[in-house]
Each structure stands twice: as structure tokens, then as C-alpha cells.
Design a protein around this ligand. Structure first.
Ligand SMILES: NC(=O)c1ccc[n+]([C@@H]2O[C@H](COP(=O)([O-])OP(=O)(O)OC[C@H]3O[C@@H](n4cnc5c(N)ncnc54)[C@H](OP(=O)(O)O)[C@@H]3O)[C@@H](O)[C@H]2O)c1
Length: 354
């Protein structure tokens, strides 16, 4: 079986490529610029293919599975998926962009007809939250509302920072009655105990607003991130500037700046930092009684997890375990898929109340 890592010389792609080689998975390395691709492929003794995403069809004929690490995925996912559907290649990526998840979900029929798997979001976003969502839906199958949240320590990579700048000015997003709705940035805040005591958390437009619906069928979803109260206040105060932040004239220099300043966590930081994930499923009965299930999960550093979960997803897909069509990590492999990742604690469940 042949699998290709696209965007192999980026921060995430390189971590994935190195680990894939360490696991004897024999990856083919892909990317658009020949020079950095050649350097990495020569060092790792891998086959390489330099091509633009627009020319992917000509390069995937003999490839069984692509792992796309070239983000922002709003630019690369569609042309790569076109090529995968044309060549019968399974498509995986590490996106966290709601727009990308929704665009791929809309191609479910097309992918099923081509017998191709479309499995976006096999990194930190959304594997642990998606698996926790599936676990909560198993605990409280009648749930109508789902809240997910995470509290992550550690710095971010250049591409993550650039992707975040890309979404500046777009506000927030939640799912209500099955539909994704725009809401202001930092729309709601609440106190959440991620497992180390209560702290302030605020809503963000995280990928699970899209994916948890496909995984669980629950139609009301909000995702929170732990944040210092002062940052929440600053985010809300900056709302009037959002139209300005969405202008290309402002975004482009900001993107260049964050690419220069964000280098991504080094090995020591990846080993030393971890992440707490929290989720709550709720339902109110006709008698007005609310039932709640709360569960938590502790995971390794977000980038360490991304490498491990992405390769686990590739491994299972090559093994034929992923269904054809659009799917999510827990939709494809079940709630326990997150335990393929080394260093994840078991789900910690509060008793269902009442
Ligand atoms: N799901 C998760 O938890 C998770 C974890 C890590 C990263 N990510 C996401 O993964 C993406 C990459 O992050 P990173 O830090 O690895 O970024 P990075 O270091 O900037 O690397 C990005 C890679 O993508 C390539 N690329 C970008 N746009 C491209 C295009 N239009 N066509 C072809 N190649 C293109 C770049 O090639 P050039 O250098 O030639 O431009 C580079 O190889 C980001 O969107 C980030 O948010 C998600």
C-alpha cells in the first residue's frame, strides 16, 4: 500500500513524515516546492513528488491514501479531493476549518459512489473532542445539546497561526437545531472544570461545530476554549474592528508576521505540555427535568497528538477500516480511536445527573 504526505516539509508535515519513517511506513513525500522537498526526502531516504495541488490527479494514480498537511486547507482540500475522487485515493487531512469540513460533507454521495474515504480532521482538531463527543452520545443517547471544550498549553506552529489569521473577522460559530449559525467572537463564556479546577472558557468556531453533528446526530453544539478573563474582555472589545481585520490589506501583512514569529513547539515542549478536554451532553425531558453527562480526557501536547492520531488514522484507512464517503474520526473508528494515541488517559466520567 502507498501513502503520500502532502505538505511534507511544513512544520506538521515534517513531524508526520519523520515519524512515519521511524515506524517503517515508507511514505511518499509530496509538496509544491522541489527544493525543500528534495532536502527532506533525501535525508529520510523517501520517494518524493513535487507538484501543485492543481496537478494532483497526475500524481496520485498509484497512491492508496493521501494525508494532506498543507494548510490553510480552504486552499488545498478541494483540488486534492478532486484528484482523490478521480484516482480512487482515500483522502485524510489535519484541517480544523469548519468551512472545509462542511464542503467535504457535501461531497459524501460523490465519494461513496467513487468508493473513496473523505476523512478530514485527523489531528488534535478534531480527534480527542470528536471521540469525547461520541463517548458522551453513547452515555446519554437522548442528548439534544452538546458542549465541548479544551484547555491547551503550549505554542502554535506557523501554519496554525496563519490559518487563525485567515479566519480573523469572521466572528464565531455554533450549531443550533442542526444548522451552523454565525455568532459574535467570544460569544458566550462560562466556568469549566477541565480536570484541574474551574477556569474561564469562551466559545470559538472550532471544527467540532461541524463534525460532532455528523458523529453524534446532536443538533446543538458549542465549543469552548480555556482563556484568561482579560483576554475574553479584550476579544469582546475588539469586535467593532472585525470588519477591518477581514480585509486582505490587513490580513496579508499579519500572516507574514505570524509566520515569521511562530516557530511551533520544539521536541521538549511537545513532550512536556498536555491538553485537557471536557464535554457535556444534555437533554431536558417533557417534565422539564434536565439530565447531564460530563466526561473529561487528558491528552498529550496538541502537535504530538496530531502526529500520532494522523498516522493511526492512515494505518486504519490503509487496513480498510474507514468507510467510503465523508466521515469523522470517531464516526469512522469509534469513540475509543483516541486511545490509539500514546499517552491519552481513559475517559473520566462524572455520574449522570439526576
Ligand atoms: N488539526 C490539528 O490539530 C492541526 C495540527 C497542526 C496543524 N494543523 C493545520 O495544518 C496546517 C499546516 O500547519 P503547519 O504549522 O504545519 O504549517 P506550515 O509549517 O506553514 O506548513 C504548511 C505547508 O503547507 C504547504 N502549503 C500551504 N499552502 C499550500 C498550497 N496552496 N499549495 C500547496 N502547498 C501549500 C506549505 O508549502 P510552502 O512552504 O511551499 O508554502 C507547507 O509545506 C495549518 O492549516 C494548521 O492549522 C492542524
Amino acid at each position: 500500500m502507498t501513502f503520500l504526505v502532502y505538505g511534507a516539509y511544513g512544520y506538521t508535515g515534517e513531524l508526520v513524515a519523520r515519524e512515519a519513517v521511524a515506524r517503517d511506513l515508507d511514505p511518499v513525500l509530496g509538496g509544491r516546492r522541489p527544493a525543500p522537498l528534495d532536502d527532506l526526502a533525501s535525508e529520510l531516504d523517501c520517494d518524493r513528488r513535487a507538484f501543485d495541488v492543481a496537478d494532483a490527479t497526475a500524481n496520485l494514480g498509484d497512491v492508496d491514501c493521501v494525508l494532506n498537511c498543507a494548510g490553510p486547507f480552504v486552499e488545498t482540500a478541494a483540488p486534492m479531493v478532486d484528484a482523490c475522487l478521480a484516482t480512487g485515493t482515500d483522502y485524510l487531512d489535519v484541517t480544523g476549518e469548519i468551512e472545509v469540513f462542511e464542503a467535504l460533507a457535501a461531497r459524501d454521495d460523490e465519494a461513496s459512489a467513487a468508493d473513496v474515504t473523505l476523512l478530514p480532521g485527523v489531528g488534535f482538531d478534531v480527534v480527542p473532542t470528536d471521540c469525547l463527543a461520541a463517548h458522551l452520545a453513547e452515555r446519554l443517547p437522548e442528548a439534544t445539546h452538546l458542549r465541548l471544550g479544551f484547555d491547551a498549553l503550549g505554542s502554535v506552529s506557523p501554519g496554525t497561526a496563519a490559518t487563525a489569521v485567515d479566519s480573523l473577522g469572521e466572528g464565531g460559530a455554533v450549531r443550533r437545531n442542526g444548522r451552523i449559525e454565525s455568532v459574535p467572537s467570544a460569544w458566550k463564556s462560562r466556568r469549566i472544570d477541565f480536570g484541574t479546577g474551574a477556569r474561564t472558557a469562551v466559545t470559538i468556531p472550532w471544527g467540532d461545530v461541524s463534525t460532532a453533528y455528523y458523529t453524534t446526530g446532536i443538533g446543538n453544539i458549542g465549543v469552548y476554549v480555556g482563556m484568561p478573563p482579560g483576554v475574553v474582555t479584550a476579544l469582546r472589545a475588539s469586535r467593532p474592528l472585525e470588519p477591518l481585520l477581514s480585509l486582505p490589506l490587513v490580513k496579508r501583512p499579519l500572516q507574514s508576521l505570524v509566520r515569521l514569529t511562530a516557530s511551533g513547539p520544539d521536541e521538549r515542549e511537545r513532550e512536556r505540555t498536555d491538553c485537557r478536554v471536557w464535554g457535556e451532553a444534555r437533554v431536558v425531558s417533557e417534565q422539564g427535568i434536565e439530565r447531564r453527562a460530563v466526561s473529561r480526557l487528558r491528552t498529550p501536547n496538541t502537535y504530538a497528538l496530531t502526529v500520532d492520531s494522523a498516522l493511526a488514522a492512515v494505518d486504519r484507512t490503509l487496513d480498510g477500516q474507514a468507510p467510503a464517503g465523508f466521515t469523522t474520526p470517531a464516526g469512522a473508528f469509534g469513540a475509543d480511536f483516541v486511545f490509539d494515541v500514546e499517552g491519552c488517559d481513559d475517559f473520566a466520567d462524572d455520574p449522570i445527573t439526576p
